[in-house]
Write a protein that binds this ligand. Structure first.
Ligand SMILES: Cc1cc2nc3c(=O)[nH]c(=O)nc-3n(C[C@H](O)[C@H](O)[C@H](O)COP(=O)(O)OP(=O)(O)OC[C@H]3O[C@@H](n4cnc5c(N)ncnc54)[C@H](O)[C@@H]3O)c2cc1C
Length: 432
């Protein structure tokens, strides 16, 4: 069954979300932009807690989770439709309890955590009371996790972690870190690495500095260089089994990548709306920008590219709901990841261009949005690596030709066709 329509009841929710984000959340972006992952002070709590409460009352809190974890079990497709609205705003995912990287972290604790770990880490995370950090990349290795060297050595009932991690987002405000380390260097990395849940306040967790993203002031960064300096954690800090880190990482990244893609649609739609409004508002050399063919080209290309990307994201989300198995949808998740940076870069850049100097200024949000292009070409793995995944997965469905010539080689196919139709061709002798 094919259907491109949204159920009317859920459409009502989406209409509510759209108005709520515009009226109640976008002002937070303007006044408290950049403080999304800073624990609430009394002032902000007074403004934001009632908004979260409205989201809960509407049954839209933490929509990525099933009912057993306090969500509604809407699934990935409906989450996509919501996230493409939430992606227009920095604060919206926080107010709806669906912000990265906490969503992915919550999913793996829910999946692999013990009851005690769920009570200690998952419950406060789901309540929106704490933030979390995923600490995997190292200063000397990112895209290739088999090169990680941060080590945990068992010492009685404890593990001692030693090593360095880099670009651990939100570590400075997170209550706990999920750290990927080598626990057995004598087997392959795929079986010798494990995940640990480490409270950020544990002695030895040293945030050396916080790197910022292009243009951010030096003290504004939130991507930590961390020295795990002989950090002692109890044996119960192990998340999942020993040697299961790769499997856990795959579970986490499958969901996280598609959630980024859903929010990307929202961001691109916002840049596109700005471009169209500006094209209809600004005149130069005797006509509106909207009447210039170059600008029409920007609008047409952007419209088509966003629409194409959205259909792929929605279809991928639908496939995840249908098969309940990220591995089965890996090819399409990787394809989405391949397209995402280029889409943002192109659409946002065209919108900036149409706005002229205003577009690149800090009086518009576009320059900041544009940086999301290169960022999403790296975060959750570089585009090149995802291209390799797509190609490998695609090629699994193909076989080499069984002789020297390709299957579609015309002389070979023609000979086969003649043989098949020989009985009729005999009657046509003279006409060939
Ligand atoms: C905004 C942001 C937030 C992040 N948050 C986190 C976080 O919270 N926790 C965390 O652990 N990490 C985080 N990261 C790090 C991210 O996961 C890494 O940047 C990513 O895995 C790439 O690693 P790298 O930066 O070391 O690049 P490298 O591994 O050095 O790769 C550099 C470049 O080499 C090329 N390359 C790499 N591999 C291949 C290949 N197989 N084939 C062809 N070319 C290749 C690509 O051009 C790639 O961009 C974040 C990154 C960003 C930008």
């Amino acid at each position: 069954m094919w259907d491109f329509e949204t159920e009317p009841e859920f459409q009502e929710h989406l209409d509510w979300v759209e108005a709520f984000v515009k009226e109640e959340i976008e002002p937070l972006d303007l006044v408290w932009g950049g403080l999304e992952f800073t624990p609430l002070d009394d002032n902000r709590r007074r403004a934001i807690d009632p908004l979260k409460q409205q989201v809960r009352e509407r049954g839209l809190w933490a929509a990525h989770l099933g009912p057993e974890l306090g969500g509604q079990g809407y699934g990935q497709l409906k989450l996509s439709l919501m996230n493409e609205i939430l992606g227009r705003s920095g604060w919206a995912p926080i107010v709806f309890g669906t912000q990265a990287p906490d969503t992915g972290n919550a999913e793996i604790i829910a999946h692999y955590g013990t009851d005690e770990q769920k009570a200690t880490y998952l419950q406060p995370l789901l309540a929106g009371e704490v933030f979390s950090c995923y600490s995997m990349t190292e200063p000397h290795a990112g895209a290739d996790p088999t090169m990680f060297t941060t080590r945990a050595i068992r010492d009685g009932d404890e593990w001692v972690i030693e090593g360095w991690k880099w670009f651990s987002s939100n570590a400075r405000t997170a209550a706990f870190l999920i750290v990927m380390v080598v626990t057995d260097p004598d087997v392959s990395a795929y079986r010798g690495m494990s995940m640990f849940l480490v409270p950020t306040a544990t002695p030895g967790v040293t945030i050396v500095r916080n790197a910022g993203l292009g243009g951010e002031a030096a003290d504004e960064g939130s991507h930590a260089l961390i020295h795990y300096d002989q950090v002692r954690v109890p044996a119960e800090a192990l998340l999942g089994g020993e040697g299961e880190a790769f499997a856990i990482a795959q579970t986490r990244l499958g969901g996280g990548r598609i959630h980024h893609a859903m929010r990307t649609i929202g961001m691109c739609n916002r840049a596109f709306d700005m471009m169209c409004e500006r094209a209809l508002s600004r005149e130069t050399q005797g006509s509106l920008l909207a009447d210039k063919q170059f600008v029409q080209g920007y609008i047409a290309d952007s419209y088509a590219e966003i629409k194409q990307f959205r259909l792929l994201v929605l279809h991928t989300a639908w496939s995840i709901d249908r098969y309940q198995d990220y591995r089965r949808v890996r090819k399409d998740i990787a394809a989405v990841k391949v397209l995402m940076p280029g889409l943002i870069t192109n659409v946002v850049q065209r919108s900036m261009q149409v706005h002229g100097a205003l577009g690149v200024s800090n009086e518009m949000p576009l320059a900041r949005m544009w940086l999301a292009g290169p960022i999403l070409g790296l975060a959750d793995g570089p585009t090149e690596v995802h291209k390799v995944t797509v190609a490998r997965q695609v090629l699994r469905d193909y076989r080499p030709s069984d002789d020297l010539w390709p299957t579609e080689h015309r002389p070979k196919k023609l000979a086969a066709a003649r043989q098949k139709l020989a009985a009729y061709l005999e009657l046509e002798v003279g006409n060939l």
